[in-house]
Write a protein of this length. Structure first.
Length: 134
């Protein structure tokens, strides 16, 4: 569902850019979606994707795959668990209906969890590390 204007997956940053270009050129729909997507639809897709990433991040933290710094809420880094633990927890939540309506299906869910985990490769909080070296 994250493809836009028949160009394949464009990522969060690219969705709004594609929507703006399409609006300027007069193109108002996405052939890969069931309904036409307007500029506000592009923004909605971006918000939906960010929501999915936030849920995936919370799952990865809850599973211990990622950790959130106690001193810097915005800093997330590798935890002690393997990503498999996040997949197990996510599938359990999915089956129980706890994250109903967030993800289209399980493959989308696991793909976004993988993205989120890969986006946080640091082994420690970078702000704490910076403060230690100052």
């Amino acid at each position: 569902m994250l493809c836009c204007w028949n160009s394949g997956f464009v990522g969060v940053a690219g969705i709004l850019e594609k929507a703006e270009k399409a609006e300027k050129s007069g193109e108002v729909g996405c052939p890969n979606l069931q309904e036409n997507t307007t500029m506000s639809g592009g923004k909605q897709m971006m918000e939906d994707y960010e929501n999915k990433r936030e849920v995936a991040l919370r799952i990865a933290i809850e599973a211990g795959v990622l950790e959130q710094c106690e001193d810097h809420d915005e800093c997330v880094f590798e935890g002690g668990e393997e990503i498999k633990q996040a997949y197990i927890l996510a599938n359990s939540k999915y089956s129980a209906g706890e994250i109903e309506g967030v993800f289209v299906d399980r493959p989308e869910m696991t793909n976004i969890i993988k993205e989120v985990v890969e986006d946080h490769p640091a082994s420690d909080c970078p702000l704490c590390d910076k403060n230690k070296s100052d």
